[in-house]
Design a protein around this ligand. Structure first.
Ligand code: FPP
Length: 252
């Protein structure tokens, strides 16, 4: 299935368009249950929503889209559902990678790779490597990701440098720690959307979310589409971003 992302956005980026949108794609299970369908069907329809949103993000002039695909805590789900989610990731990369690449999408992956099956690790690496020079849209896939784990790993690496005598404790600032996170070159999200009505971050980008606008939408992820994304952007545009100061700034 084509994502239909063109190399030229239909509309130029406007100041009120967030440069980086991150999404907690929630509600697949409830969407399925409401229709008497297995949860896996909700996840499958969730991948279709993801394709729509990748296309719409580029058309609307968004530069970075981060999606929460599998959290460190999702391991507590039944093995069959974990198998479904891994199967969907495999299929998503195998079926959609060529299209994403053709459309100029750069794929980045954040999260813990160790502990993932070798074929999944190879697919993630292939997606990153093939698309590394693309510039139309950066799609950051958070897979086996947890924000506390990411921050703890950054702290471990810094502590190791101190223990090895390569760094003085006083050099560790918030900026330093930020540079040791999984994707330090990606700007912080301007807006984080969570679907399905839940209102929490659930261990997603907690460091990077310091000044993000949080937008909660009541619809379940499989029903999310361009119109819903535009609605979230309109909500974002109504917010006044101050970054701890007094005067409103655009943040970009
Ligand atoms: C939350 O719904 C969604 C997830 C845990 C996974 C999101 C995954 C996809 C959209 C498809 C996979 C995409 C890729 C690229 C792997 P939920 O199951 O928590 O829903 P519920 O809260 O209604 O039960």
């Amino acid at each position: 299935m084509s994502n239909g992302v063109s190399s030229h956005p239909e509309e130029p980026a406007r100041p009120e368009t967030p440069r980086h949108v991150a999404i907690i794609m929630d509600g697949n299970g409830r969407w399925a249950a409401a229709r008497g369908l297995p949860r896996g069907e909700g996840h499958r329809r969730g991948v279709e929503a993801l394709r729509r949103v990748v296309r719409a993000s580029h058309e609307l002039g968004i530069s970075y889209l981060t999606i929460y695909s599998f959290s460190s805590e999702n391991w507590s789900r039944p093995a069959t559902e974990i198998g479904d989610l891994f199967g969907l990731l495999r299929r998503f990369i195998r079926n959609d990678l060529a299209t994403l690449h053709r459309d100029g999408v750069r794929v980045r992956v954040i999260g813990e790779r160790e502990g993932l099956e070798q074929d999944i690790r190879a697919l993630l690496a292939e997606a990153e490597d093939l698309t590394k020079d693309n510039t139309a849209l950066t799609l950051v896939v958070a897979f086996n990701y947890g924000s506390r784990q990411e921050i703890a790993q950054a702290a471990q690496r810094l502590a190791r440098e101190v223990a090895d005598g390569k760094r003085a404790v006083e050099t560790i600032t918030a900026d330093t720690l930020g540079r040791y996170l999984d994707a330090p070159d990606i700007p912080d999200p301007d807006m984080i959307i969570r679907t399905s009505g839940e209102q929490r971050l659930s261990n997603f980008l907690m460091w990077q979310a310091a000044y993000s606008e949080l937008v909660f939408v009541p619809i379940h992820w499989p029903d999310f589409d361009r119109a819903a994304l535009e609605g979230a952007i309109a909500e974002y545009a109504r917010r006044e971003r101050r970054f701890g100061g007094l005067a409103a700034k655009t943040g970009s």
